[in-house]
Design a protein around this ligand. Structure first.
Ligand code: PDD
Length: 281
């Protein structure tokens, strides 16, 4: 079965799914996006992701006229047509098509909605492996709280991490505090058994998985604080893990060649990962 994508009202084969050379997303990264995970009839954190999509659109002033209900119909159609059992859906809305000009003042362009599906092998019940990470200076613009497609520093950070045989690049701000991963939020469990993740202070994306996991942590009587921590605190912590829509809860066992908690996956990370899956299955 071929891979069917969606572009502005049309369902088409992947190879025919083309956007205009004048799409502002292509020119300027003038677009926002979401990634939603799907497993056998269940979307993970659907409401959270869709609500954030509309919030991002509002934050960069894109006037999008497709309703949440219409969006859901398209998403469900794509899942059905592509016969997806396990995988993710990528949703992007750009400001639209216009001759290249930085300003969108009085532009009246029509937003372009595109969606693609990525089918995956269900590996939820496999033995989870911990991953390695490296740290890198956070050199992003001052609005990483908006989920735009303008991701060049993230792209470079992830590639640099992969070159160093690591899974994730963790951004460190100019004061030595951890902000987030190139495509994830970062958490630690410190020596006092407190679970820490940076507060929503405009310097990180307000992760949807992050929100769900903090709720689980609170409901399950873990000591949970939304508070920033330094790179040193992270390197000296009992456990480190990352969260995202595509990596769920993934333990990090080594950062900058330093082993975290003796390089063994921590039990709290596993407990939270299991709670996450249990919630949706
Ligand atoms: N990225 N921080 C950044 C910079 C991210 O790109 C992501 C997600 C997250 C986690 O957010 P959420 O839990 O809502 O997925 C945090 C997605 C998965 C991506 O770009 O593919």
């Amino acid at each position: 079965m071929s891979n069917i994508s969606y572009i502005n009202g049309v369902y088409c084969n992947h190879q025919n799914a083309k956007v205009s050379i004048n799409d502002r997303g292509y020119h300027f990264g003038d677009a926002v996006y979401e990634v939603i995970f799907y497993n056998n009839g269940v979307f993970y954190d659907y409401e959270g992701h869709i609500t954030r999509l509309y919030k991002s659109l509002k934050m960069i002033d894109i006037k999008f006229h497709i309703s949440k209900q219409q969006l859901k119909i398209i998403i469900k159609n794509l899942i059905r047509i592509n016969r997806v059992e396990f995988g993710s859906i990528y949703i992007q809305v750009s400001r639209g098509i216009a001759e290249r000009n930085h300003s969108y003042f009085k532009l009246n362009s029509k937003p372009i909605l595109t969606m693609t599906i990525s089918k995956k092998i269900n590996n939820i019940n496999d033995n989870i492996k911990g991953v390695k990470a490296i740290t890198i200076v956070d050199n992003r613009w001052s609005r990483p709280d908006i989920k735009t497609t303008q991701l060049l520093p993230n792209v470079l950070a992830k590639t640099y991490a992969n070159e160093k045989n690591a899974y994730e690049g963790i951004f460190i701000d100019h004061e030595g505090y951890v902000t987030e991963g190139s495509s994830s939020n970062i958490w630690i469990i410190n020596k006092n058994n407190e679970i820490l993740t940076r507060e929503i202070d405009g310097k990180i994306l307000s992760g949807i998985t992050r929100k769900t996991i903090s709720q689980f942590a609170k409901n399950n009587n873990f000591k949970m604080l939304e508070k920033k921590f330094t790179k040193e605190e992270m390197l000296n912590s009992r456990e480190v893990f990352l969260t995202s829509a595509s990596s769920f809860v993934t333990p990090i066992i080594e950062i900058d060649n330093i082993k975290i908690g003796n390089g063994i996956i921590g039990k709290t990370s596993i407990e939270l990962r299991n709670l996450y899956f249990k919630n949706f299955n």
